[in-house]
Design a binder for this molecule. Structure first.
Ligand code: ATP
Ligand code: MG
Length: 569
């Protein structure tokens, strides 16, 4: 390929909207362009890398025995009604009507479509187990699309769905995908962790997430030396036995004028933030009731754990209004569990339930209650409703937990019969009885993976692509396009690379060499060969992008080095 014929759309300046490295570099290197918020066009270099990422995923999925199909992004309401998700799925779902006033959505995920396909096409037990996948465009009207391809409204996902005749079969299919995902993320050279995960809007009984480690990741990973690892929504920790064995003291009302926050109240009373309890009020829109959630003052409420306990979705709950709090018989800033109207549901974090003599709001302006005790002064549903933090105690081995940030690049779920039961995706067993298939589903964010590779592979000059996903393997830069010898050798070398099946660019643009080097370093081509002054001695300069180390090599040495590397791909 000659650079003069390519669309090299590199930018000198960092576009305003980009904050994280991968977003900045995808734009600056001319890989993507924004169309509207969270929707991107892929330029030629971007598409080449995207295809390579897709192909690695495809190879490993095929190796794992999965069958590729392609389904439409357009999905009819009726299938979503069958699964019960048409009314449950939140505002992320892009819904629209056709000219006949029929309802559709753009698929954010494809459980309904694949379940429908299999119930229609697969009748015999002989065809099971089966795992079908696709690499296809998904749509989610994200509340805050951001970070380029990391959280977009249109993105490419590899989604796979397994169909088994038993739960033991599902376990095998799940393990098979777990292994395939490890092979995939290993081939991208990603530094990742596998964590236990919450099942979210997809549902089901068990799940793992694959997290690329990165400070810009939006997920907290909690892990321990013993091997325990979970995302924040799933993480558990042993309770901190703070004031567990104290004698219960008589309840006492104390004046706390204008002291509302945990910090204000604890300082005012000369106590630790841990001694005061946080009482957060939420409105549950499904059951149309108020829910009071209590955690220790130094803790934060984990909303996912709350919605899981309520068996509702995340968008079906919100922090309550001041009117709600008044209707409870309380006052903002002074909410507590004692003496509230009865129809409120109280969820008590286990630390609070076991702690003695806590401080809570008195449901009366400017007052708090001291020495309040669960069981004696109030009751509620006890569970783990707090966020886990670094240093909390591992639920498995008792060592302190560690924490890191991660980008969720993939997630696998055991669905069981969550979709096959309501949608009637069945098979006939040997005894003639009809049974539901047991399903799993498995997603990889293809475009998010592209961003994650950049987050882990870049420097101040640009992207450093691993050779298996780089848009081209090597670039040849003649120092002067006016030097006949340099141009001749560069062309010969280019043709040799092509004949070896190596993806090469010859930078024949009429630009200064420095300008060209900057472009290729930004774009992240793994090897840059410069044909310059020593052309007559048969010598070129060979630069490795990842280390920026330059070496002199003979033309043949340069060609052979690249050839050996590419042969291994
Ligand atoms: P998140 O928690 O980041 O919103 P999710 O758990 O809702 O993601 P899944 O339903 O598990 O996502 O989708 C499978 C994969 O698709 C995710 O692991 C992620 O890599 C990718 N993905 C999900 N949402 C987006 C998005 N808005 N933009 C890019 N990739 C996404
Ligand atoms: Mg997920």
């Amino acid at each position: 390929m000659k650079a003069s014929k390519m669309l090299i759309a590199t930018l000198k300046e960092t576009p305003n909207e980009a904050v994280i490295s991968s977003h900045v570099l995808l734009l600056r290197a001319g890989f993507i362009r924004k169309l509207v918020a969270g929707v991107y066009n892929y330029l030629p270099l971007g598409l080449r890398t995207l295809h390579k990422i897709e192909n690695i995923i495809r190879e490993e999925m095929d190796k794992a025995g999965c069958l590729e199909i392609l389904s439409s992004a357009v999905q009819p309401k009726e299938l979503w009604q069958e699964s019960g998700r048409w009314s449950k799925y939140g505002p992320e779902l892009f819904r629209f009507k056709d000219r006949h006033d029929r309802d559709f959505c753009l698929g954010p995920t494809h459980e309904e479509i694949f379940t429908d396909l299999v119930r229609n096409e697969v009748k015999s037990k002989k065809n099971l187990p089966m795992n079908i996948y696709q690499i296809q465009t998904k749509y989610r009207d994200e509340f805050r699309p951001r970070f380029g391809l990391m959280r977009s409204r249109e993105f490419i996902m590899k989604d796979a769905y397994s169909f088994d005749t038993s739960f033991e079969g599902l376990d095998k299919s799940y393990q098979n995908m777990y292994k395939a995902y490890c092979s995939i993320f290993d081939r991208f050279g990603l530094n990742y962790k596998i964590v236990l995960a919450d099942t979210g809007a997809i549902g089901g009984t068990g799940s793992h997430q694959f997290m690329a480690l990165s400070d810009v990741g939006e997920s907290d990973i909690i892990y321990c030396q013993c091997g325990y690892a979970a995302d924040q929504e799933k993480a558990e920790s042993r309770v901190d036995e703070y004031h567990f064995n104290d004698e219960m003291l008589p309840i006492e009302e104390v004046l706390t004028p204008n002291q509302k926050s945990i910090e204000e109240v604890s300082t005012f009373l000369g106590l630790n933030a841990k001694d005061v309890c946080k009482s957060m009020v939420y409105r549950d829109f499904v059951n149309n009731r108020l829910v009071l959630v209590m955690v220790r003052g130094d803790r934060d409420v984990n909303v996912i754990k709350v919605v899981n306990a309520l068996n509702i979705a995340e968008h079906e709950i919100a922090l309550s209004s001041s009117e709600d709090i008044i209707s409870l018989g309380s006052v903002e800033g002074f909410v507590g569990p004692v003496g509230l109207k009865e129809d409120v549901l109280i969820l008590v974090d286990e630390e609070v339930a076991k702690m003695k003599n806590i401080v809570v709001g008195a449901n009366k302006a400017n007052y708090h209650l001291k020495n309040v005790n669960f069981g004696r002064d109030f009751i509620g549903t006890v569970g783990q409703f707090r966020n886990t933090v670094q240093g909390d105690i591992c639920p498995i081995c008792g060592r302190p937990l560690e924490m890191e940030r991660g980008i969720e690049v993939g997630q696998i779920f055991k669905l069981g019969t969550k979709y096959s039961l309501p949608m009637g995706c069945t098979y006939q067993d040997d005894d003639g009885s009809v049974k539901e298939m047991v399903m799993g589903c498995y997603g990889i964010g293809v475009t998010r993976t592209m961003s994650s590779i950049i987050e882990q592979n870049h420097d101040e000059f640009g992207i450093i692509w691993p050779i298996n996903v780089a848009p081209y393997h090597v670039v040849i830069v003649p120092i002067s396009m006016k030097d006949e010898m340099q141009v001749k050798v560069a062309n010969e070398m280019h043709d040799k690379f092509v004949s070896l099946g190596i993806e090469v660019v010859l930078d024949d643009r009429d630009e200064r060499p420095g300008f060209k080097f900057k472009d290729w370093e930004l774009i992240g081509i793994p090897y840059i060969i410069t044909i310059g002054k020593k052309v007559n001695e048969g010598i070129c300069e060979f630069k490795t992008r990842s280390t920026l180390i330059k070496e002199e090599k003979t033309f043949d040495e340069a060609i052979n080095t690249i050839n050996e590397l590419v042969k291994k791909l």
